[in-house]
Write a protein of this length. Structure first.
Length: 365
């Protein structure tokens, strides 16, 4: 039975230590005879009976070893899946991954399986639909330095209840969409540097403290397709905007202002809770994007019957301006109740497609 044994500074195959790049001839001595396939980018060596492949650019030394746990259909794919053992620190590697997910790092933005970075070796997990289909063993590259996430700015004491509510919202989303999902784009909370760089919109208002403190807890990476972190308002989905993109969204809204030329009839349906005599009030701060010119905005300049911090749905084509929540806290509470009450339908695309990305394997073909 073939055995791969990894520790912090060592990789053993059947008791023999190797490092990357490893000579193909040495692998043949350890694993036995193999077949050879020439692809566009690599020369691939396949051990069919044990479910292992090795990849070499020049055919002399291999820069990576793939351990196949499920059958694949490439010409060089092993005819058998791996039936041996792979251990990390003496524990089955799949069990170790389950117990130590906080140690995993992304190798690329859409990486759902992620990697363990050891002193001299890297273990990447090809994850699809929540199942590890293969393991890739390689050396540590120049871009594989583990980095600690920056320290988020502390939440102001005044906004501790908002911090708690935001964490509950994150938990509600996470109960439905796994962090392994490609569209789970939560990142670390904003730092003091990010606040200094982005909290004041050029030629515009400052982002209000309540929103800033929300983003200290919950910020996202931009994804042009979709996002797990969104709000539902009047049956429309709005995706949380990364903190450093709020200014861009605000500028997009200002580009649609009419100025003195706005028709009074367009304003007739506006509620007395809001205040504007144009397309939008410049003091509305967008924080969630409908991807079609529609936004959820934080109102810092309400109408006579409105409330500071109320959340307005700004619809582009219809010119609808509806207050959908009295506050950011209320928006979060409502969305938690919706998610926990079975309102997960908006995640159908995320759940169906978010676990199917594994472009890393294409590097070998």
């Amino acid at each position: 039975m073939t055995q791969f044994s990894l520790s912090q500074n060592q990789l053993l195959i059947n008791g023999t230590e190797i490092d990357f790049p490893v000579e193909v001839e040495k692998l043949k001595q350890i694993l036995g005879p193999c077949r050879h396939t020439l692809t566009e980018y690599n020369q691939v060596y396949t051990w069919d009976d044990i479910g292992v492949t090795a990849y070499s650019e020049q055919g002399v030394a291999a820069h990576a070893i793939q351990i196949e746990l499920t059958k694949k259909d490439y010409a060089f794919s092993p005819t058998q899946t791996f039936a041996g053992t792979v251990t990390l620190h003496g524990e089955d590697i799949i069990a170790y991954r389950t117990a130590h997910k906080s140690q995993l790092v992304r190798s690329f933005k859409a990486d759902t399986g992620k990697s363990f970075l050891l002193d001299r070796h890297k273990v990447w997990f090809d994850l699809k639909n929540g199942v590890v289909e293969s393991l890739e063993l390689s050396g540590i590259g120049p871009d594989d330095k583990p980095t600690m996430p920056p320290e988020p700015a502390p939440v102001d004491e005044k906004y501790k209840p908002l911090e708690s509510q935001t964490k509950q919202w994150i938990a509600a989303v996470t109960r439905i969409v796994s962090p392994d999902n490609r569209f789970y784009n939560l990142t670390h909370g904003i730092t003091k540097e990010a606040i200094a760089d982005h909290s004041q919109i050029e030629d515009g208002p400052a982002i209000p403290d309540e929103l800033v403190n929300f983003y200290k807890v919950c910020n996202v990476d931009y994804d042009p397709v979709t996002s797990a972190f969104s709000f539902l308002a009047n049956d429309f989905e709005y995706y949380l905007i990364p903190f450093d993109e709020i200014a861009r969204a605000w500028e997009s809204i200002q580009d649609l202002q009419f100025g003195d030329g706005v028709e009074a009839s367009l304003l007739e349906g506006y509620s007395k809770r809001i205040k504007t005599d144009d397309y939008a009030n410049p003091r509305w701060i967008p924080f969630a994007d409908g991807f079609n010119g529609d936004y959820l905005v934080f109102d810092t300049d309400p109408g006579a019957e409105g409330t500071y911090g109320q959340i307005i749905e700004l619809q582009n084509e219809s010119w609808s301006r509806d207050v959908v929540a009295d506050s950011l806290m209320d928006l979060l509470k409502g969305d938690i109740a919706l998610l926990d009450g079975g309102g997960a339908g908006r995640f159908d695309f995320v759940l169906k497609n978010g676990t199917r990305w594994a472009p890393h394997i294409n590097n070998f073909i």
